[in-house]
Design a binder for this molecule. Structure first.
Ligand SMILES: Cc1cc2nc3c(=O)[nH]c(=O)nc-3n(C[C@H](O)[C@H](O)[C@H](O)COP(=O)(O)OP(=O)(O)OC[C@H]3O[C@@H](n4cnc5c(N)ncnc54)[C@H](O)[C@@H]3O)c2cc1C
Length: 508
C-alpha cells in the first residue's frame, strides 16, 4: 500500500510540476507573440447613476448601440462592464431582475475546483488543467475587485482513512501550486484534535485528521448587481424588467440577413419598443436556446440544464469561519457545508432538469441533502427537517459546443458562438470566470462590428466594483489611489465655492 501511495503521490506531483512548467513556457511564448493593442488612455470620469426611467429613455431614443446584451446575470453584467470600459456604446436588458436567475442561486464559491484539478492530474488532461488555472487567476481578481462582497474562505476536507492524508495533502498542495502567485492562502494539515476543535460538530469516529485549503466566497446576488451598476456608472444603459421578444434583421448589402436590433417589452409599463444595435449578445444562461431559436428556429438546442439544490440551516451546523467539503463521497458526489451570513448552506451535486423561470426544490431533494449531511456530523447533532430555514434550486447552463459539429458532448468550459446572422452566444462557464467569459465575448464582438476599439481594454484587472473603494483593503490599489485623487480635487473645488444660505424657508 505504501509503495502504491508513494507512486500516486510522485505521479501527481510530477504531472502538476510538468504542467505548471509547460503552461508557464506557453504563457511566456504566447505573450511574446501577442501584439499588445492596449493604448494608455487617461481614466474616464464615471458618471452618476441615472434612474431607471432615464435608462429606459436612452434605450428607446432610437440611437444605435454598439452592443445589446440580453440577460442580466453574471455573464451579461460582466459583458456590459467589459464592453463599456472598452468604449463601446453598450445596452443591457434583463427580463426579470438582475441576478434573478442562476446567478443568485449558486454555492457562492469563487473557486478553481479541487475536483477538476484531481481529474486533470489523474487523467493527465492539459485542457482541464488550463481551466482550473484560469479560474484560480479569476478567483484572485474577483477577490481584489470587490473586497466588500467577497472574501477568502478556509475549507476543511475531513479525512477518515490514513492513506488519504498524503493523497489529499499532495492534491491540495498542487491546487496552491497551480494558483501560483495568485494563491489566496496556503493550505495546511490539521490533526484530529485540532480539526475537532475547529469543527466541533464533525463526526469523530474514525476521523484521522483534516486538510484545510482556501477558496473565495461571495455574495453572488449583490456581486451581480455591483457589476451591472459599475457598468452603468461607466456609461452603459442597463435596464431590468425589459424582456427581448423578437430579434430584428436587415440585409447587410451582400444579400445576407444580419441582426440589427431587438423588439423588447418594458414589464413595468407594458410598453413595447425597438432597440437598435450593431451586435447582439445572448447571455441568457439556461435560456440560451430560446434566444438562439429567435435567431434561427431550425437550429438544434445546445443547453443541457441541470439543477442544484441548497438548503439553509442554523449557524450551529458549521463554524462561523470554516467550510467543509468532501470532493468525492463513496458514491462519487460532492457534499458541502459552508458558513453563510451566520447560517449554514448545505448542498450536493446537480441533477438534469427542465428549464423554468422559478425552479423550486422538491421535498425529496431536501430530504436527500439532510440524509447525506448526517454522515459528516457528530451523533449529538440531531439533523431535523424543521431546521431547514429555506431552500433554493438553481439551473446550471451546461452546453454542448455548437462550434464542434461532430460531438454532442457537453463543453467543459464556456463557449462563444457566432451565428450566420451574427448573434453572439456566450454560455456555460461559471460565476468565478465571468470576467474572462466577458472578455472573450467582447473580443468576438469587436471583430463583428464596425469600431476602431480593436481590443483596447481600459483598467482591466485594476477595475474595482462600485463601492469597493470604501473598503480599507483596497486603498493601496491603483484604482483607489485614482479615486482618492479625484475626491481630493472635488473637495478642493467645493472649498473654493461660495457658501450661500437660503433664508426663504422656515424650519431650523
Ligand atoms: C446549484 C448551482 C451552484 C453553483 N455554484 C457555483 C459556485 O459556487 N461558483 C461558481 O463559480 N459557479 C457556480 N455555479 C455556476 C454559476 O452560478 C453560473 O454559471 C452563472 O450564475 C450563470 O450566469 P448567467 O448570467 O450565464 O445566467 P443567469 O444568471 O441565469 O442569467 C441569465 C439571465 O437572462 C435573463 N433572460 C432570459 N431570457 C431573457 C430575455 N428574453 N430577455 C431578457 N432577459 C432574459 C434571465 O432572466 C436571467 O436573469 C453554480 C450553478 C448552480 C446551478
Amino acid at each position: 500500500m505504501a509503495s502504491r501511495l508513494y507512486k500516486v503521490g510522485v505521479t501527481a506531483l510530477s504531472a502538476t510540476i510538468g504542467s505548471v512548467v509547460a503552461s508557464w513556457t506557453f504563457d511566456r511564448w504566447n505573450s511574446s507573440h501577442t501584439v499588445n493593442n492596449a493604448v494608455a488612455r487617461p481614466p474616464k470620469r464615471k458618471r452618476k447613476l441615472i434612474s431607471r426611467d432615464e435608462q429606459i429613455q436612452n434605450l428607446q431614443s432610437g440611437e444605435e448601440f454598439d452592443v445589446l446584451i440580453i440577460g442580466g446575470g453574471a455573464t451579461g453584467a460582466g459583458c456590459a462592464l467589459d464592453a463599456v470600459t472598452r468604449g463601446l456604446k453598450t445596452a443591457l436588458v434583463e427580463g426579470d431582475d438582475f441576478a434573478s436567475g442562476t446567478s443568485s442561486k449558486s454555492t457562492k464559491l469563487i473557486h478553481g475546483g479541487v475536483r477538476y484539478l484531481q481529474k486533470a492530474i489523474l487523467g493527465l488532461d492539459y485542457e482541464q488543467y488550463r481551466m482550473v488555472k484560469e479560474a484560480l487567476a479569476e478567483r484572485a481578481s474577483m477577490l481584489d475587485s470587490a473586497p466588500h462582497l467577497a472574501h477568502p474562505l478556509p475549507i476543511m476536507l475531513p479525512v477518515y482513512k490514513w492513506w488519504q492524508v498524503p493523497y489529499y495533502w499532495v492534491g491540495i498542495k498542487c491546487y496552491d501550486l497551480v494558483a501560483g502567485d495568485r494563491n489566496v492562502k496556503g493550505s495546511y494539515y490539521l490533526s484530529k484534535r485540532d480539526a475537532l476543535e475547529l469543527f466541533p460538530m464533525l463526526k469523530k469516529e474514525k476521523l484521522v485528521g483534516a486538510i484545510v485549503y482556501y477558496d473565495g466566497q461571495q455574495d453572488d446576488a449583490r456581486m451581480c448587481l455591483a457589476v451591472a451598476l459599475t457598468a452603468a456608472r461607466h456609461g452603459a444603459t442597463v435596464c431590468n424588467h425589459v424582456e427581448v421578444l423578437e430579434l430584428l434583421k436587415k440585409d447587410n448589402g451582400k444579400g445576407e440577413q444580419v441582426l440589427c436590433g431587438a423588439k423588447v417589452v418594458d414589464h413595468m409599463t407594458g410598453k413595447k419598443f425597438t432597440v437598435k444595435a450593431k451586435c447582439i449578445i445572448n447571455a441568457t444562461g439556461p435560456f440560451t436556446d430560446s434566444i438562439r431559436k429567435m435567431d434561427d428556429p431550425t437550429i438544434k438546442s445546445i443547453c443541457a440544464p441541470s439543477s442544484g439544490v441548497h438548503i439553509v440551516l442554523p449557524g450551529y451546523y458549521s463554524p462561523e469561519q470554516m467550510g467543509l467539503l468532501d470532493p468525492s463521497t463513496s458514491d462519487g458526489r460532492v457534499i458541502f457545508f459552508l458558513p453563510w451570513q451566520r447560517h449554514t448552506i448545505a448542498g450536493t451535486t446537480d441533477l438534469p432538469c427542465e428549464v423554468t423561470h422559478n425552479p423550486a426544490p422538491s421535498e425529496d431533494e431536501i430530504q436527500f441533502i439532510l440524509s447525506e449531511i448526517k454522515h459528516y456530523l457528530n451523533q449529538d447533532v440531531e439533523v431535523r427537517r424543521g431546521d431547514v430555514l429555506s431552500a433554493w434550486s438553481g439551473i446550471r447552463p451546461l452546453v454542448s459546443d455548437p462550434n464542434k459539429d461532430e460531438t454532442q458532448a457537453l463543453a467543459r468550459n464556456h463557449i462563444v458562438h457566432i451565428s450566420a446572422s451574427n448573434l453572439i452566444t456566450i454560455a456555460g462557464g461559471k460565476w468565478t470566470t465571468y470576467r474572462a467569459m466577458a472578455e472573450h465575448t467582447i473580443d468576438a464582438a469587436v471583430k463583428e462590428i464596425d469600431t476602431n476599439m480593436n481590443g483596447q481594454v481600459e483598467l482591466d484587472e485594476y477595475l474595482q466594483m462600485m463601492s469597493a473603494i470604501k473598503m480599507g483593503e483596497v486603498s493601496y490599489s491603483r484604482f483607489a489611489r485614482m479615486a482618492e485623487l479625484e475626491e481630493q480635487k472635488e473637495e478642493a473645488a467645493q472649498f473654493k465655492r461660495k457658501i450661500t444660505v437660503d433664508r426663504s424657508g422656515g424650519g431650523l
